[in-house]
Every structure is written in structure tokens, then in C-alpha cells.
Ligand binder design. Sequence first.
Ligand SMILES: Cc1cc2nc3c(=O)[nH]c(=O)nc-3n(C[C@H](O)[C@H](O)[C@H](O)COP(=O)(O)O)c2cc1C
Length: 319
Amino acid sequence: MISIRLAPLAGVTDWPFRQLCFEQGCDCAYTEMVSAMGYFFMPREHHATVSLLTRAPGEKKLILQIFGKEPEVMARAAKALGETGRYDGIDINMGCPVHKVAASGEGSGLMRTPDVAVEVMRQVVKASPLPVSVKMRLGWDERSINVVELARAAEDCGVSEITVHGRTRMQQYAGKADWEWIGRVKQAVKIPVIGNGDIYTADDAMKKLEMSGVDGLMIARGAMGNPWLFHQIRERLNGREAVLPTLREKIETCFRHYDLLLNWKPQEIAVKEMRKHIGWYVYGARGAAQLRDRVNQIDDPVQVRSVLEEFVEISEQRE
Ligand SMILES: Cc1cc2nc3c(=O)[nH]c(=O)nc-3n(C[C@H](O)[C@H](O)[C@H](O)COP(=O)(O)O)c2cc1C
């Protein structure tokens, strides 16, 4: 069965959001990336650390993603975090393009130093009590595409599966993800390959699956404000038409999302974090930009709720 997954998304894929995606048929999710070095230096009760490492009861398959470049530190983190019994796998980040991370040789920076990347994979696999996967890009830039070589090396190191985001580091998020390259990786290794990049609709999923023959699809930006995408893709895979949610359904899910966050985090943090999610839930609706501006100025969640209610009612009256 094709695995449909929620990508790691720093600042987005905390457990409340993952929960909503799981409810819609997501098979497997990843935590936001966690610095291996930071894990050892940050106090355990530090709010940000707790937030990144939480697994809620009822979450289906959850893979913890770590980043770093020192093989020993990565291995120690994989062992310590793997032994918590909280996760189903450990994923190595070889794709993060953010300057601070990549320029220091971590994330996608590892693809520029393949020897270090191989040593990281080797030591993490050896130390981890859980299966180890790797998420990579095509390479650093278009002149140094080395995803096939690194995927083969990962397989030799005992990595259990690979995710490929079909862009180079230098592309960041520009241009289109190249699913032909993803297909080449699928041909080159025996372990499962998960394809990632530019899946926003069930149609996109079907086309990219056909083009690459991958074992699974990973969705990142397409899921933001749209956890229904997982269900829509599964429906299409089963030969049924995907049904789109109404604005009211979106707002009701948004309220549930809000409640999950408010019950978990201090109110001022929950309110700030929900602002971006609200923007994504209403994306494309008439008046969404004005609504976003309004919501961004309100600190009281009860008031936010009534503004959203009013927004749906006005939209429904227009129909
Ligand atoms: C806001 C944001 C945060 C991200 N955080 C991570 C991360 O923590 N780890 C990671 O491997 N990739 C991260 N990514 C990359 C995505 O997982 C994914 O590879 C990329 O967005 C391409 O997929 P898409 O076209 O479906 O968005 C992030 C991307 C975005 C936009």
C-alpha cells in the first residue's frame, strides 16, 4: 500500500496538527527537526524542547527527525531519543536549506560533504534502537547532484528508507520539484523511497506517483490548513473521487485545532501560533486577506472565534 505521509515542518507539525492529519488518513508523520547538539545542551523541561519531543496518545506512526553533523553526537541523540520508546523511527535531516544550518555543514550541508554524511548515517544506524531513515534533496546545486550516490550509500549503511525532496539546496523552495530524479533514486535502491515536493491536490499525487513509481508520498506545504488532502489522496488511490471540505468544515476543524493548542500551550503562545494556521485554513476564500489582518490583531481566542464564525456566516449568505 502506498504510504501517505506528513513531512517534518519546523513551526508547523506539532502534535495537534499531526493529530488532525492522522484523523484524515495520514499514515505516518515526522516531528519538527530537533538539533542533536541542542538536545544535549537544552534543559529537558525547556518549553521548546518539550514541544518538539511530545508524542500525543493515539498518534499513529511517528518518526523523530534529528539534524547535526557530528557523527558521535547524532548517534548519541538517536540512541537516547530512540530509547524513550516514544517514536517509531529516527530520521536524519539532509535537506534543510536554511543558511544557518546548511552553511555550517548540517541539513542539506551534509550533501556537500558526502564522507561526513556517510559517517553520520553509519554511526546513527549502529547506535539507534529504531529503524533509521534519511530525508535528502537532489544535491547542493544543479552541478553537484549526488542523490543517487548518497541513496546507495545510505542503503549500504543499513538505512531502512529514504525520502527525496526533488530540489537542490540552492533552489530552496523555488522552481519545481523534479520527480524524474526521484524516480531515478527509486530505480537505484531496493529500500523504500518516499517522494516529496509540490503535492497540493490528489491529482498532483497521482501524477507524481505515476512518474516516479515511489513507495510513498510525503506532503509538506500542501497539508498546511488542509489536513483533508490525506483523505483525498487515499480516496483517489482507491478509485474514488476526492471530496473537498466546505468553508464551514474548515473553520470547525480550525476551532478544534485551536482548542488542542489552547489546552496544551500558554494562551499567548497558542494565540500567536494559531494565526498562521488560520491564514492557511481560509486561504483562497473571499475576504481571506482582510480576515487574516483582523485576526492578527486580536489576542483573545474567544473573540477570534466569533470573528471566524461571522466570516463563515457572511460567506454562506453569499452562496
Ligand atoms: C515552514 C517549513 C518548515 C520545514 N521544516 C522542515 C524540517 O524541520 N525538516 C525537514 O526535513 N524539512 C523541512 N521542511 C521541508 C519540507 O519537509 C519539504 O521537504 C518541502 O517543503 C517540500 O515539500 P512540499 O513541496 O510538499 O512543501 C520545511 C519546509 C517548510 C516550508
